[in-house]
Design a protein around this ligand. Structure first.
Ligand SMILES: [Zn+2]
Length: 416
């Protein structure tokens, strides 16, 4: 008897043809065949639905999530930072836990197996946001892999040594990466990038920077980030999130930056939802990096949710397929395979994890989601619900689970 059987499923991409049965044992796929005669302790017949690889969401801010009701929606990035800044000093661990749990449970219900969150670190909040994120990482470790980025917020001066000591402490506490924001730093941006990379190099961690989250054409830090990445020998371990102003750089500047980024094996993480909401209020420009050009240079491009119902974005539901669909529209990419990869295999790669394109094979970790659509459908276009989600062999969402915080819907004939 197998631990788990999923019957009648079409794995996304690996070959086509008939539906298969997938057996899972000890957290891994143990057998894939047209028809598996043995039974499973838990069995699901999914009627020819599409099986998606584990989704990955490479950019969240759980410390900010679900605060829009308290502070209202913002008008631009500076306003959003100011609104969050008022609450920041007084957020309790319990408050962090409750809001974080909500969003993580939403993510799990969408089939997200890996989620990266940026947690503010500076002398105002110290390590409180990091500690809250690490506690969530631990509490949910049997249902989702969470990565924590120790993030120096835009409001913290680059030369504040107390904040840098706190960032180093955060990495010692177990943060996976270090980050900060360059967009508003002006001439200090290179110092921020250098010190961030220096910390990561010493601690053996990764880097994930909010790079140039602005549409000011003169703000262009990608080329310097690429040079520094090679200088510190961190190729493949540095992610550049946002990269909005690259879209408005002169063509020659853009080409040089993208060429250097490819050599440094930077990962680019596009965050269309928040950037479309906050950027370009005056100019009408869109805040999304030139994805087609970046991809053409061979750079790994991923996509993430960023903010969820907070001062930075009043909407959002932690479904990376929504972010992928919007990216496809705003970046004018008619490539359904890329869009799904951007929130699964490519996003995992950007987070330093395995991005095995052969994800559905015997011996692979059993991390996947059944989409409520057929093999010919585009799950991103349909935002197909994912009623069955498996994380390392454990079923973490079952059909009928519905919203995690509400009782199930019943007919009036069912018992109270
Ligand atoms: Zn962010």
């Amino acid at each position: 008897m197998h631990d788990l059987m999923i019957r009648g499923v079409h794995p996304w991409k690996p070959g086509s043809g008939d539906a298969v049965d997938i057996a899972v044992d000890a957290g891994r796929i143990s057998l894939i065949a047209k028809s598996v005669p043995e039974t499973g302790r838990e069995e699901w017949h999914v009627g020819g639905r599409l099986l998606l690889p584990a989704l990955a969401d490479p950019h969240h801010h759980l410390d900010k999530a679900c605060l829009v009701g308290r502070v209202g929606a913002s008008t631009d990035l500076a306003d959003a930072r100011a609104r969050f800044g008022k609450l920041r000093p007084n957020l309790t661990p319990e408050d962090h836990r409750q809001r974080g749990e909500r969003v993580i449970q939403w993510a799990i219900s969408h089939g997200v197996a890996t989620l990266r969150t940026h947690a503010d670190v500076d002398k105002t909040v110290g390590l409180r946001h990091v500690e809250a994120a690490l506690a969530l990482r631990e509490a949910f470790s049997d249902r989702i892999t969470i990565q924590v980025v120790a993030f120096l917020p835009a409001s913290a001066p680059v030369n504040d040594e107390e904040s840098w000591r706190a960032l180093a402490d955060a990495l010692h506490l177990g943060c996976d990466a270090v980050g900060g924001a360059t967009g508003n730093r002006g001439a200090e941006a290179p110092t921020l990038m250098r010190r961030t990379l220096e910390l990561a190099e010493k601690a053996g961690g990764m880097v994930d920077l909010h790079l140039d989250e602005t549409l000011e054409p003169a703000v262009q830090n990608m080329a310097e980030l690429a040079r520094l990445t090679r200088g510190y020998g961190l190729e493949g371990r540095v992610a550049a999130s946002h990269c909005c102003s690259l879209a408005v750089a002169p063509a020659a500047v853009r080409a040089e930056a993208i060429g250097l980024a490819a050599e440094a094996r930077l990962h680019v993480i596009a965050l269309p939802l928040t950037n479309l909401y906050l950027q370009g209020r005056e100019s009408g420009l869109r805040g999304v990096p030139p994805v087609a050009e970046i991809l053409a240079a061979g750079i790994n491009v991923a996509c993430g949710s960023d903010n969820v119902q907070d001062p930075f974005l009043p909407t959002g539901n932690a479904d990376p397929l929504l972010a992928a669909q919007v990216l496809g529209i705003v970046a004018q990419l008619a490539d359904p395979d890329f869009l799904l990869e951007a929130v699964s295999l490519r996003a995992a790669h950007a987070m330093g994890l395995s991005a095995d394109t052969d994800w559905c094979r015997t011996g692979a970790p059993a991390c996947f989601a059944v989409a409520d659509c057929g093999p010919e459908d585009d799950p991103v276009a349909r935002l197909a619900p994912r009623p069955l989600v498996v994380f390392n062999g454990r079923v973490v969402r079952r059909p009928g689970d519905g919203a995690h915080d509400l009782p199930p819907i019943r007919t009036s004939q069912q018992e109270e």
